[in-house]
Design a protein around this ligand. Structure first.
Ligand code: NAD
Length: 299
């Protein structure tokens, strides 16, 4: 069997088009939808994320406001900046760019964001609401993977679902979301004794471990739906296992998922590519969370 590709691009474009339509309607009513990003210092990873967020916001007509704070600020100053955005009626979503300098407590700062403006869905209140099946401000990656699964329109009732990874914002919420569809959910993690024994039983296998090629062909049930959330930047190696260099003489890198795509595609029925699977939907869910709040405010 060669698996069918479960790609996120088309669904992401469809949701973004809807968001763009809604943003236009609100703008015509004099309401500009706005996402504010708080960035402390200028770590290259967060600079890269800020640029891509700014770009996707522009594409759907959402204004992007960057609040840049020097890396030497105290926790109190960071909390104050978040509070100002909470109070600002022209801001509908807030995102805290990570990583923060080590001195600052990221979790405390995320908790300071008004849960209604929590664009990433990482506030404890929004995480807690998932227990009730509420997904209006769900964590972006979890809801992205879940939406991709739902886009297949397969009956999930009674399916064996195995989630590899139990992080607060990815693995755990995905398990809860699948429970709502009456999947029998098993969550595996670093202390799971025999990972393959679990994954081999999965009709639906969702992997978010951050371990390149953790899931191999022999660990997957024939006909399974395989959703790979992992994003791993690894060096490209030649046939002798030596790093391949780029034109500047630096090691070349590639992005791999947590699933051995080439092997697993021979047994699965559906498989997400990496990149191109869950990734395009994740940032779309960020926009969707912002739009949800803007629509609430407009009522
Ligand atoms: P995390 O490090 O917080 O959690 C990793 C989880 O995997 C933990 O529960 C850990 O116990 C488990 N794990 C690690 N090694 C394991 C092993 N050998 N066997 C079984 N379980 C193992 O990571 P996270 O934030 O949940 O992210 C997971 C992956 O998803 C990462 O690769 C990350 O880059 C990726 N990610 C992708 C997107 C996207 O948009 N596609 C967004 C966020 C995160």
């Amino acid at each position: 069997m060669t698996a069918k590709l479960l790609e996120g691009g088309a669904l992401a474009n469809q949701i973004r088009a809807e968001i763009a339509r809604e943003a236009k309607v609100l703008k015509e009513q004099g309401r500009q939808v706005c996402l504010a990003a708080v960035q402390v210092g200028e770590k290259p990873e967060s600079v890269m994320y800020v640029k891509s967020q700014e770009k996707v916001c522009a594409e759907v007509g959402i204004a992007f406001r960057l609040v840049q704070l020097p890396s030497a600020i105290s926790q109190a100053v960071l909390l104050h900046a978040i509070e100002e955005l909470n109070k600002d009626p022209s801001v509908h979503g807030i995102i805290l760019q990570l990583p923060l300098p080590a001195r600052l407590d990221a979790r405390l700062a995320q908790r300071a964001i008004d849960p209604r403006k929590d664009a990433e869905g990482v506030h404890p209140i929004n995480l807690g609401l998932i227990v009730y099946g509420a997904t209006q401000r769900a964590p972006c990656t979890a809801i992205a993977a879940y939406s991709l699964i739902k886009s297949l329109h397969v009956d999930l009732y009674g399916k064996e679902a195995v989630v590899v990874g139990h992080s607060q914002i990815v693995g755990k919420p995905i398990g809860l979301l699948l429970l709502h569809d009456y999947c029998t959910v098993c969550t595996c993690h670093i202390a799971t004794r025999d990972l393959a024994a679990h994954t081999k039983r999965a009709d639906l296998l969702v992997v978010a471990a951050g371990k390149p090629r953790l899931i191999t062909k022999d660990m997957v049930k024939p006909g399974a739906i395989v959703v790979d959330i992992g994003v791993n930047r690894v060096p490209v190696l030649d046939a002798k296992g030596q790093p391949v260099l780029n034109e500047k003489g630096n090691p070349k890198h590639q992005i791999l998922g947590d699933v051995d795509f080439e092997g697993v595609k021979e047994v699965a029925e559906w498989i997400t590519p990496v990149p191109g699977g869950v990734g395009p939907l994740t940032v779309t869910m960020l926009l969707r969370n912002v739009m949800e709040q803007a629509k609430q405010d407009a009522k």
